[in-house]
Ligand binder design. Sequence first.
Ligand code: AMP
Ligand code: MG
Length: 416
Amino acid sequence: MIDLAEAIALVERTAQPLPPRRQRLMDAVGRRLAAGVVADCDSPPWDRAMMDGFAVRSADFAVPGEIVELDVAVDLAAGDVTGLEIRPGTCARIMTGAPIPAGADAVVPVERAVDGTAGVHAGGRVRLAEPKFRPGQHVARQAAAFARGREVLAAGTALGAAEVGLAAEAGATHVVAEPRVRVAIVSTGSELVACDAVPAFGQTRNSNGPMLTAAVSLLGAEPIPLGLAGDKPEAIRALVAQGLAADVLVLSGGVSAGDLDLVPAIFARCGVEQVFHKVRLKPGKPVWFGVRPRSDGGPPTLVFGLPGNPASSLVCFELFVRPAIMILAAAGRDRWHLPRERAELGAAAKAAADRPVYLPCRMAYGPQGLVATPQPWTGSSDLLGLAGAAGLVALPADGRVHEPGEEVEILRRDAP
Ligand code: AMP
Ligand code: MG
C-alpha cells in the first residue's frame, strides 16, 4: 500500500505523450496538427460567379451609365460548365458558384436587367443597366484565397470548425495530429448484467461500463467499451488481451481481496508489470496500476484495475486514469488533474485516521467565497451522492470531525 501522492506521481512518471498519428480528419477534431496541411487545389479553383446574373465582357461596358443589350448565349447553373466562349455583344446567364466562361470577366447582377428582361435565358436578349460597372466585378478570381501547394494550416494549429472546413476544402481527408487516446473498458463480475436488462435477484446492472465510457469521452479520448468479462479467468484474459491493443486499458472490479479477485494475476500472465496495487485512499483503496510494454517498442499500454464499487471506480478514474489520458494526449500540465481549490466547509465532515477521504460535495459562493457542502452519501457503491456533485472535498488523514466554516481542499468536477 502506498500514499496517494506517491501513486499519482508514479502515474505521472509512467505516462508519456503519445507520438502524433495520421488519422481521419474527423477523428482529429479539436486536436492540434503535428504536420501542416498543404492545399491540393487553388481556392477558388477557377474564376467563380459571386452573384446570380449575367457573365459579361467588361469591354462591352466601356461607356458608363449606358444600357447594354446582349444576346444570352448559354445558361450556367452552379456545377454547369461550357466550352463556349463569350464573344463581344453576348453574355451567359449565370448562377452564383458557376465557373465564369471563357471570354467573360465580370458579372452583372440579375437585378440590373431592365425592361422585363430579367427572366431571359439562352437564345434571348437581355438589357442591362449597370450605372457603376467595375471590370471584374462579382467574380472571385482563381487562387485569390490560396494557391495549390500552399500550406494552409501550420503544425500546431488546433482543428476547430473553420480549420476542419479549410482542411476539407484543401483535400486533406487525413491529417497528422495529436493522437486521440484509445481507452479500452472492461467490466468484471459474474453478478453483472448489461444496463438494458432487468436484473434478477443477485444481479447488478453494469453501471461502471457506461460511466467509464462517459468519463473517457468527456476527456476527448476514444472509449472502446469491451463489455462484460464475468469472473472466469479465461473470459477476463481474453478481454484483457483485446484491451491491451489500446493505449490505456481500464478494467473495473476484481482487484480487492475477495476470492474472485483474480485480476492482478491475470494482468501478470498477460505481461502487464505492476507499478502499484492499493493506495491509502477512501474510496478507492484496492486500485491497481501497471504497464504492458509493446514488443514492437511502441508506447506501452497503461493498465488500470479500478475497484468495482461505482463511486470508488469514478474517484479512482479522476485521480489516476484522468492524468494518464491527459499526459498521453500531450495536454498541458495544468489540464492533467481536476482543478484544486480551497473552500469553506458547509457542513461537518468526518476524516479517516489512516488515509485521505474524498467526499462528493455541492459548491456555492457564500460571503467568504467558495463553500463546499458534502452531499448525503452512503459510500463507495452510492452513485446518487456523486451524481451532480460539483466537487470532491479532500480531507487529510487526521481522524478529526472537520467543522462547518473550516477551510478544506476540494477538487472541482464542474470545470469545463
Ligand atoms: P469487486 O471490486 O469486484 O469486488 O466489486 C465490488 C462491488 O462493486 C460489488 O458489489 C460489485 O457487484 C460492484 N460492481 C463491480 N463491478 C460493477 C459494475 N461494472 N457496475 C456496477 N457495480 C459493479
Ligand atoms: Mg467482482
